[in-house]
Design a protein. Structure first.
Length: 120
């Protein structure tokens, strides 16, 4: 990964973590922070893999068609997209459980970013 993409991947990863901390500190605004954390984690992976302009359409098409692929990172990105869509349509009332799940997603995102040359 080049320095430009590495910088953006690491920035989005840091911001995802910060959004999750904000969600924990301000429960009445947690839903918005949770969605932002997921969006930024997703962006960190996009920048780790290449140009988001090329990757986003693949993820959206895979999500839209519901087709199964044998690529674990693509499946993970589709799962994040599915979660984002669900949270946007039906915000959860169990913010604690959702924040735990988002934390797991961010940690896995960190591993992916690290795998492709980021700091994680």
């Amino acid at each position: 990964m080049n320095r430009y993409r590495k910088g953006w991947a690491n920035r989005y990863l840091r911001e995802a973590r910060a959004e999750l901390i904000a969600a924990k500190k301000t429960p009445y605004m947690a839903a918005g922070f949770i969605i932002e954390a997921l969006t930024k984690a997703q962006a960190a992976i996009y920048y780790s893999l290449g140009d988001p302009a090329f990757i986003v359409p693949i993820v959206h098409e895979t999500f839209r068609t519901g087709q199964h692929v044998d690529e674990p990172i693509l499946n993970f990105l589709v799962a994040i997209e599915k979660t984002l869509q669900q949270l946007a349509q039906e915000p959860t009332t169990d913010n604690e459980k959702t924040m735990e799940q988002v934390n797991d997603i961010i940690e896995f995102t960190s591993e992916i970013v690290g795998l492709f040359g980021g700091e994680s």
